[in-house]
Design a protein around this ligand. Structure first.
Ligand code: COA
Length: 201
């Protein structure tokens, strides 16, 4: 990569996988660093970040300062189609990767529960708002407008592809993220194991 420069938002590529996985675990504790909680730092990314990149990197964006990736938004245009792809391709690959894995912490065990939960189809909000997203920035990149820039880049792309609406889940303790999503035009539409926010595009 080039020298550090003014951070900019660009479309993600498969080469961003390690950085995206790292940012995911660094923000997986309701927005805070979860590295001390997991025995393997790749675990959260296997559900909430990396598969999106493999599914369609053109719907994923990163903040890049020329020497490092500081944040990302990963999205899929159609959650039902993504669920089918995960069933056929991603979950078997994760199962193989974790064949000898034994949970060693509460977070590890919760990860296995989340893995099982994520293999079930999402409720009806996934039909009403077909796209979904995850967004995370490292602490040094937060509060400077990059979340908004990532969100606008992703929503513009989905809109251009004819997508009608988008949803997301957020930990109910993550008040900062909830404030951000409301500022981005999202409203709560359901309350599952986590609040679900959505907006039309
Ligand atoms: C949540 C997160 C993505 C927001 O990105 P950010 O770069 O910090 O937010 P921005 O500076 O781009 O803010 C964008 C807008 O949201 C508003 N906003 C941000 N946080 C807010 C809050 N807590 N309450 C109300 N508004 C808020 C900003 O004022 C700004 O509004 P404006 O465009 O009218 O000025 C980022 O802080 C983050 O990655 N946090 C840690 C990981 C995380 O929690 N991810 C979400 C998991 S569900």
């Amino acid at each position: 990569m080039a020298d550090r420069a003014v951070p900019r938002v660009r479309t993600a590529t498969l080469e961003d996988e390690a950085a995206i996985s790292h940012i995911c675990v660094c923000t997986a504790d309701s927005g805070g660093d979860a590295r001390a909680l997991y025995s393997r730092h790749d675990l959260p990314g296997l559900i909430w970040a990396v598969p999106y990149l493999h599914y369609n990197p053109s719907h994923c964006f990163v903040v890049d300062d020329g020497s490092a990736v500081l944040g990302y938004i990963v999205t899929v245009a159609n959650t039902r189609a993504y669920e089918a792809w995960q069933h056929d391709h991603w979950w078997p690959a994760v199962e193989e990767k974790l064949r000898t894995f034994t949970p060693q912490s509460e977070a590890d065990s919760n990860f296995l529960k989340a893995l099982a939960h994520n293999q079930k189809p999402a409720p009806a909000f996934a039909d009403d708002y077909p796209a979904h997203l995850h967004i995370n920035l490292l602490p040094q990149a937060q509060g400077g407008g990059f979340g908004g820039k990532l969100m606008h880049a992703a929503l513009d792309r989905l809109r251009a592809d004819g997508v009608s609406g988008i949803h997301l889940g957020v930990n109910r303790e993550n008040h900062r993220a909830i404030g951000f999503y409301k500022a981005m035009g999202f409203e709560q539409v359901a309350d599952e194991s986590a609040p679900i926010f959505a907006r039309a595009l």
